[in-house]
Design a binder for this molecule. Sequence first.
Ligand code: NAP
Length: 380
Amino acid sequence: MQMALLKLSTTPGAGQVQLSWRCSVVAAATTLPFPNYSRSQLGRRRRKGIMRVKCNVNGTPVRATSILVVGATGTLGRQIVRRALDEGYDVRCLVRPRPAPADFLRDWGATVVNADLTKPDSIPATLVGVHTVIDCATGRPEEPIKTVDWEGKVALIQCAKAMGIQKYIFYSIHNCDKHPEVPLMEIKYCTEKFLRDSSLNHIVIRLCGFMQGLIGQYAVPILEEKSVWGTDAPTRIAYMDTQDIARLTFIALRNDKLNGQLLTFAGPRAWTTQEVITLCERLAGQDANVTTVPVSILRLTRQLTRFFEWTNDVADRLAFSEVLTSDTVFSVPMAETYNLLGVDSKDIVTLEKYLQDYFTNILKKLKDLKAQSKQTDIYF
Ligand SMILES: NC(=O)c1ccc[n+]([C@@H]2O[C@H](COP(=O)([O-])OP(=O)(O)OC[C@H]3O[C@@H](n4cnc5c(N)ncnc54)[C@H](OP(=O)(O)O)[C@@H]3O)[C@@H](O)[C@H]2O)c1
C-alpha cells in the first residue's frame, strides 16, 4: 500500500489538529485504469460471468459493481444501500461496532463490515476489493464534529487513494463555502478541497435538507400533540426525499463525464419552518403546539456555550443559528442538473406528496389500531 502524507497544522501547545484545507495527499504513484462499461455492457459481462476484469496493484480482482457504503445505517445511507441492491450492485456497508447489530442491512442482502472512521487502523480492510466508495457518514449530533467529519474523512480518503479506489462519492452541504463560521460547513468545504487535491476520481454532491428529517421534527410531535420547535428565521430549505437523492446518485455515478464535478441536489420548492408546520397541521387535521425560539436566543446560547470547553460541541451545532439568521435560501434551480442526468422533474417527489403519503398511512394505521382495540374491548 502506498503511504499517504498528510500535512496538518497544529495549535502550538494545544497539541490538537487544526482544521486546514491546505491538507493534501501525495498521489499514489500507481493507479489502475478501469474500463468504463456502460450498464448494458456490465449486464452482459455479468451474465457471461466475466466480471473479474482488471487486477489491482497487488492482483486483487475488483468488480465495477462493488461498492462500499459508509454511514449505511443513516437516513441517506440506508436508501443508498437499498437502491444499490435494487440496481444489482454488490454492496458492502461500513458500520460501527454496536450492541444492536445492523441486521436490516444483511436482511436486505448487503455485507456488513465493522469499522470506525475515528479508528483509522480499522479502515483499510473494508476497502479491499471495492471499486466505489459512497460516503454518507457524518458525526451524530452528540459527537464532536471534527473527529468524524474531518479527521475520520481525511483518513478514509487517504486510504481510498492509497488502495486504488476508483470512484468516491462525497455528500456535502449546499452553500458550505459561504459559511466558514459554521464548523460543519467549513469542514465540508475543506473536505471537498481535500478530495479534489487527492486526485481520486470523485463526485461531490451538495445537499439542502431531507424530507425524512421532518417526520421526527414536526409530523410525529404534531400527531402526539407534543411541542414542535420553530424559529422566527426566514430561512428556506428545498427538502428532498432521500430516495430521490439515492436514485440521482446512481445515475451520476455511472456517468463518467461527471468525474470531478460538483453537483447540488435540491427539492422542488424551498420551505420556511412555519410553512412546513402549517402543511403538517393541514394534513394531520390538528393544530401544532409550536414553541418559537427566537434566533437571537439561539445565538446567545451559542456564545455562552463557547465559554466552556466541554460545551464546545454544542456550540458547534448551534452555529447553524448563524445561518438561520442570514436569510439563506437552501435551494438551487435544478433544470440543468435534471438535463445533465436525464431526469424528468415530474419524477421528483414534492414535500406535499411525501407528507401526504406519510399522514395518510399513519392515520390509517392509527384508525386500524383503534378499531382493533375496540374489538379487544368486546372480547374482554
Ligand atoms: N440530514 C440533512 O438534512 C443533510 C443536509 C445536507 C447534507 N447532509 C449530508 O448527507 C450525508 C448523510 O446525512 P444523514 O442525515 O443521512 O446522516 P445520519 O442519519 O446522521 O447518519 C450518519 C451515519 O454516519 C455514521 N457514522 C457516524 N460516525 C461514524 C464513525 N465514526 N464511523 C463510521 N460511521 C459513522 C452513522 O453510524 P451510526 O449508526 O453508528 O451512528 C450513520 O450511519 C452526510 O454527509 C450529511 O452531512 C445531510
